[in-house]
Each structure stands twice: as structure tokens, then as C-alpha cells.
Write a protein that binds this ligand. Sequence first.
Ligand code: 13P
Ligand code: SF4
Length: 303
Amino acid sequence: FAIYAPYIKAINALKKERNAVILGHNYMTPEIFHGVSDFVGDSLQLAMKASDVEADVIVQAGVHFMAETSKILSPEKTVLMPDMAAGCSLAESITADGIEEMRAKYPGAPVVSYVNTTAEVKAASDICCTSSNAVQIVNAMESDTVIMTPDQYLAQNVANEADKNVVYWPGSCIVHEQYTAKDLRDFREWNPGTRLIAHPECPPDVVAEADFSGSTSGIIKYVTDEKPKKAMLITECSMASNISDSLPEVDFVGPCNMCPYMKKITLEKILYVLHTMEGQVEVDAKVAEKARHSVQAMIDLSK
Ligand code: 13P
Ligand code: SF4
């Protein structure tokens, strides 16, 4: 950590000067997660924090759709994105036209869109969800058939738990789609006693093979409460790095996958945007108003 100390010191001083807060996603590297973030969490927790945090500036240490969500919920605040190219394979997989296509295919069915979408897609949807509340949101819809976009695997995992007929868009997360059920079975055979913990963006047969599935914060809570001797986190690599120091009794084993988008965010870029105030995220006012409705409806149902 010593090598990062000058950046961490400079960022924390600039935060005070600008009355800024840094919202850090659980997939940030440890020096960002522990060194400069004021709040860390999963997508839902960060959205909720963005809606009520007291600050003039939010620096989104995460990917672009998260910064858009913060701007939608706090339009009066300046929202800074350290790297505009920090996208998401799910957000890139669908446009507002795709939502209309699904509505035409399943007339009358409500559209539940994952927060991993652009503001335009949120605006075209009825309500949003995250991996931590998706089953609850889908079950709360009045219709028997519910359209979920854009993550086919999250939708299939939700369908296994919800009381609805879930139809979905064929998007996927490049980090979680790489895991296979065979990987998990082989790993279990070679490393008996390992607790396998998967994110619900993994394919359903991977989730079925795992001992637990949950959002990034759900995973952290599970490992913190259960303290298994050995755990394999079937998700992004920074998760284990961020919690391993506070859980010395847990041996984090096995391979993990990096999200190339999340890893675009660095201390250097955070310092740069705080210094220059470049990287401001804007959302068209009309789009933002409709998108806010979808995000707020999700937050209200999640409280
Ligand atoms: P959660 O933090 O909501 O589980 O989302 C994971 C993810 O992939 C965000 O991009
Ligand atoms: Fe998108 Fe997957 Fe990266 Fe999350 S981990 S930002 S869902 S590509």
C-alpha cells in the first residue's frame, strides 16, 4: 500500500476541498476500496447512497452506468467518472429499441431492467432491479409474464426462484459467463471442503453447483458470517482481495475473472478528475426524468 500513499493522501485532501465523496463498487482494487472510498457496496447500496449523500461532487469509482444512475438520482450534484471508457458488456448489449422489441413480442408484460443499462434503457423500462432485489421486484409485478433485460443468466436464475414466467434479452456479463458448472465440479473434487460462492450473473448451472449465490455485498456478508475455511468467490477478482485482510481465518482459493471495465478505474484517474473536474457525467433531462421513475420505483420496493 505504501506505493499508493501519495495518491491516497492527495485524493483525500482534494475530496475535502471539493466537498466530494467517492462511491466505490465492491469490484474496485483494494487501494481504491480501502484507501479513498467514502462508501463501498453493491449496485443497489451505491444507488441508494447516491440518492441521499450530502456532497457537491460524487466521484463514481465504478463503471459508467453507475455514474449515470448517481446523476439521475442526484441531478443537482456534479458526478465525475474517472474514465468514460469504463463500460459494461451488459449495458452495451441493449438499446431502447431492444426494449420496444420485447414489448412488441410480449404485449402488456412489464419490463424490469437491470441497473446495468444506459439511462435511455432505464427510461424505456417500467422498473429497474439489481442482483440483490431482482426476485422481489419480479414477484411484485402484477402480470404473470415479466420481461427482464439485458442479462439472460440473471433472468434465468430469477425465473428459478420467482413465481412468474420470465422472458429475457440475450445479454451477458463477460466476467461471469466464463464460468462453467464443470469448472466448479472439478474444483470441488480437487479441493474438497471449499465453499463455492457465485454471483447470479453466472449461468444457472453454475449457480446450481454453488453453495450460495448473491450480489457482491451478499457474497461479502455470507463469507463474513459463515467464515468457511476455504472459499472460492465465483466473481470478479477484487472481491477476495478486498476482504481477505479482515478475514484471516478464510483461505480464498481458486481462479477468478477480472472485469476489464472496472479495472480502468485507477487512483491516478480519480486524482485527475478531482483536480481538473473533467469527466462530468450528464444525462438529458427528459431521459433522466423517466429513468428516475424506474430507479426510484426499485428503491421504494427495496426499502
Ligand atoms: P452487484 O454489486 O449489484 O452485485 O453487481 C455486480 C456487477 O457486476 C456490477 O457491475
Ligand atoms: Fe459489467 Fe460484468 Fe464488468 Fe459488472 S463485472 S461491469 S456486469 S462486465
